[in-house]
Design a protein around this ligand. Structure first.
Ligand code: FAD
Length: 285
């Protein structure tokens, strides 16, 4: 834990190829030197058959080879209770005692009945073994399926009351969305630490994905960067990193509980950002 107890964490995703896996190991080795408070490993929804070779394998590497606390993501809409217990047992065997409990995105395939929402999973894990630290996802710009902001808050409160110890936000590009969200959480007595999810946008593919899938509003300042440097990869990377640093400096100055960096398995970017912000995490104010 950093000295003023602000959390700095990283997120990685398990790749689908052997080459990608070797690359991820190198990335993780490199991230270790930055001493994050934890590294979280994502998990594809409906991935029960492969979870041992993906999320659990890399979380094990983080936790037990690098000795950095690992958080295993666990989307459960397509899992039943027996399968979740088996996964929790495997995690416990490897002393991975932190889980990001998720519903996951729903595809055309019918879901199972046991975990309709993330809060069902949070409660189940806490009842099963309360020594698991359970994190949850939250959405400063409102979850896309929510009928409105009020209902999103209502169910977020339910998720926290079910036992979530911390929340990690979906990526956002306007810090004011985060501050507004944080204030509404306080009013709703959602009092757990909220880690701000920051994604440095450093290449064109990311932009295209964002524009297609993301309901996160893009501020004018951010759109200007995308438009101006879209076809200049080096400038876009530099501007994307600078934008993320600017967001983080502002958030840390405003006493955010922590920063969760979506690394996209790119240790260079994480290192570059870290070198500009690490001292901010060491100040006791
Ligand atoms: P929930 O908290 O269950 O919410 C889903 C929707 O249901 C919301 O609109 C909520 O308001 C509503 N809702 C909740 N409870 C109720 C209720 N009782 N009645 C009616 N409506 C309700 N996905 C993956 O597949 N793998 C990952 O590794 C992964 N990692 C993520 C990490 C972070 C930090 C974040 C923010 C998201 C991640 N996701 C991941 C994406 C996530 O799975 C999707 O956003 C998914 O659509 C919602 O999951 P959730 O856990 O937030 O769901």
């Amino acid at each position: 834990m950093t000295s003023d107890s602000k959390i700095l964490s990283f997120e990685v995703f398990p790749p689908t190829t052997q080459v990608g896996s070797s690359h991820l190991v190198k990335t993780l080795d490199s991230l270790r030197a930055l001493s994050p408070d934890f590294i979280s490993v994502t998990c594809s929804n409906n991935n029960y058959e492969n979870i041992a070779d993906t999320t659990i394998k890399f979380a094990d590497y983080v936790n037990n080879t690098l000795n950095i606390p690992a958080v295993a993501h666990l989307p459960a809409a397509y899992l039943d209770k027996t399968q979740v217990i088996e996964i929790l047992e495997r995690l416990r065997e490897k002393q991975i005692m932190k889980v990001l409990a998720l519903r996951g995105d729903i595809s055309d395939e019918a879901t199972k009945k046991d975990f309709k929402y993330a809060s069902d999973l949070v409660k189940f894990i806490k009842d099963y073994d309360s020594s698991f630290e359970v994190l949850g996802a939250c959405y400063p710009d409102v979850h896309p399926e929510s009928i409105n902001r009020i209902s999103d808050f209502h169910y977020l409160k339910e998720k926290v009351d079910s036992g979530s110890d911390k929340l990690i936000t979906q990526l956002f590009f306007d810090n004011n969305s985060f501050y507004d969200f944080q204030e509404r959480c306080a009013i709703a007595e959602i009092n757990v630490p909220i880690l701000a999810g920051i994604m440095p946008v450093i290449n064109r593919n990311q932009i295209l994905r964002l524009l297609k899938n993301c309901n996160t509003p893009l501020p004018a300042k951010f759109i200007r960067i995308l438009e101006k440097y879209e076809h200049n990869p080096v400038a876009l990377r530099d501007a994307g990193i600078a934008y993320a640093i600017d967001q983080i400096v502002n958030l840390v100055t405003e006493d955010v509980a922590g920063i969760h960096l979506y690394t996209m398995n790119n240790s260079e970017t994480a290192r570059s950002i870290h070198s500009s912000i690490s001292s901010l995490f060491k100040i006791n104010t």
